[in-house]
Design a protein around this ligand. Structure first.
Ligand code: SF4
Length: 215
């Protein structure tokens, strides 16, 4: 996908931003997103109770990676930062329910699905960067500790070493306190709660979400 660096300007060009967001929307679909929406940043719903769910019940990934709580950006910090941004691209990718439900037999497919989400996020983030939105940033789904370093003993970044996947790994939306479920429903899309007791036959489909805050 095109990455021709565009000269950075001082004035914000609303018409250009609208065209670019539409281009990113098409790119995200091309990269495998199922549904994509251009949103205002005040539609990004941040709620401290989301990161509470990383601890109660305690997620097996809690504290395990540099991009997961309590090591990443706090909801209050994100809320404040978002006030400086205007537009974002929010997307979901549908995942068959037998893959999304935690089961050792489908772990490869599940990890690949999460990796696909990070790919969409980081590709669009990079496109935005080269288009001059140099403060753009993306957030994925799940945990990079399991998505990229599942076979490694630990998180390299937490040991003070270079992250093994700096161009792909990002915090997830939920890790920084975004109420992904509510945002999906607010967008008019569908999501079901999928916990450890979920049965694939009871869930029509799973979804994973990602977001790129552009400007
Ligand atoms: S080293 Fe692995 S677990 Fe740690 S931040 Fe990078 S991708 Fe995530």
């Amino acid at each position: 996908m095109e990455r021709k660096p565009r000269k950075i300007g001082l004035e914000s060009d609303e018409a250009q931003l609208a065209r670019d967001l539409q281009k990113y929307q098409a790119n995200a679909l091309e990269l495998g997103a199922t549904r994509v929406k251009i949103i205002r940043t005040d539609e990004i719903l941040v709620d401290e109770r989301v990161t509470l769910k990383c601890q109660i019940p305690r997620c097996f990934g809690y504290g395990g990676g540099a991009n997961c709580p309590p090591n990443t950006l706090k909801p209050a910090e994100l809320r404040e930062l978002l006030q400086k941004y205007k537009r974002a691209l929010f997307f979901v990718k549908e995942i068959p329910s037998n893959i999304i439900v935690r089961d050792k037999a489908t772990i490869k497919e599940r990890v690949a699905a999460y990796q696909d989400v990070y790919k969409i996020v980081t590709e669009i983030e990079s496109m935005a960067f080269y288009d001059g939105y140099y403060l753009a940033f993306g957030l994925g789904a799940g945990s990079c500790r399991h998505t990229f370093c599942g076979l490694a003993e630990d998180c390299a970044a937490l040991k003070g070493e270079k992250c093994r996947f700096p161009l792909r790994a990002r915090p997830s939306m939920e890790a920084v306190g975004i109420d992904v479920y509510k945002m999906i429903v607010s967008a008019g899309w569908t999501i079901y709660p999928i916990g450890s007791g979920a049965k694939p036959e009871e869930i029509p489909c799973g979804v994973l979400a990602g977001i790129i805050v552009v400007q």
